[in-house]
Design a protein around this ligand. Structure first.
Ligand code: APR
Length: 283
């Protein structure tokens, strides 16, 4: 028995028509698509991170200034998060986007803010990681090394307040110039770049998209807001999937043929992809 499709009939008709018209389909994802894989969202209740006696918000820690001040504490945080991400598995929403890519081929492109690597692990190929990937590192001094996979031999799992031993600290050095390695992620006090984060390519895709699907993002960062704004300005439909209302669901509802599908990604994205591809839900 196919899963009951949770998409209202009126929206099904509109969405089915969008994909049939042809043209590029752009998908934008945020932390919400990985929430059901067990990875905390960024602004969710998981909140603080303790360093010494002080609590920090992730937005205070994920900065170049914090890394310059306390590189070992930052690496502990990122290696802990890397362990959480490595232990997580892609969920049905990730799998559904892989099905959509296989159906649409060169018409499909995914732009993700997530650094957890779950889209690639699910088999996604046409992905722009506009905030980087925490499984990769590069030279903090900018000598040109990386982005490259983190050195083997680093702890695969790390409790939140573990001090890194000498062996781990030695591995976190640039093999080319000896400076610190840094996580290949975009920090809050840094700017988007095409060479490292494919930001211009993401905007170019927004300028061509005939349909934008936005999944699990609060709209707090600039490039995703520019992508949504560009598709909306061009009068193309936006479909937003999120359990909560917010700026992107509101923008979606204002676009011709757009829709806000209120609910969880793991339930709604397979149903949406089934409508977009004309397949049975969960196919
Ligand atoms: N299914 C779909 N969406 C969900 C789910 C779920 N099961 N659970 C939560 N969400 C939604 C929330 O309602 C919220 O809109 O996911 C969104 C998560 O928002 P944030 O935590 O702000 O994450 P995100 O939008 O990805 O943050 C963007 O900001 O913090 C920086 O660089 C960081 O990439 C991150 C960026």
């Amino acid at each position: 028995m196919a899963a009951e499709v949770r998409i209202p009939k009126a929206t099904q008709g509109a969405v089915a028509g969008l994909a049939a018209r042809g043209g590029p389909v752009l998908v934008l994802t945020g932390a919400g698509i990985s929430a059901e894989s067990g990875i905390p969202t960024f602004r969710g209740p998981e909140g603080f991170w303790r360093v010494g006696s002080r609590n920090y918000l992730p937005q205070e820690l994920a900065t170049a200034a914090a890394f310059a001040r306390m590189p070992e504490a930052l690496w502990t945080w990122y290696l802990h998060r890397r362990g959480v991400c490595a232990a997580a598995a892609p969920n049905p929403a990730h799998a559904a986007l892989v099905r959509l890519e296989r159906e649409l081929r060169s018409r499909f492109l995914l732009v993700t803010q997530n650094v957890d690597g779950l889209h690639a692990r699910a088999g996604q190929e046409r992905v722009l990681e506009i905030h980087g990937n925490l499984h990769l590192a590069r030279c903090a001094a900018g000598c040109g090394h990386g982005p490259a996979p983190l050195p083997a031999g680093l702890p695969q799992t790390l409790a939140r307040d573990t001090a890194l031993d000498r062996a781990a600290l030695d591995l976190l050095r640039c093999p080319r110039c000896g400076a610190w390695l840094r996580p290949h992620v975009l920090w809050f006090d840094e700017s988007y770049r095409e060479d490292l984060y494919r930001s211009e390519s993401a905007l170019a895709a927004a300028a061509r998209a005939e349909l934008l699907v936005v999944i699990g993002t609060s709209g707090a960062t600039t490039l995703p807001a520019r992508i949504v704004g560009e598709v909306a300005r061009r009068g193309r439909p936006i479909v937003a999937v999120d359990p909560e209302p917010g700026p992107f669901p509101e923008a979606a509802q204002r676009t011709p043929g757009g829709a806000f599908l209120r609910g969880r990604a793991a339930e709604l994205v397979p149903a949406l992809v089934a409508v977009l591809t004309g397949a049975e839900p969960g196919a």
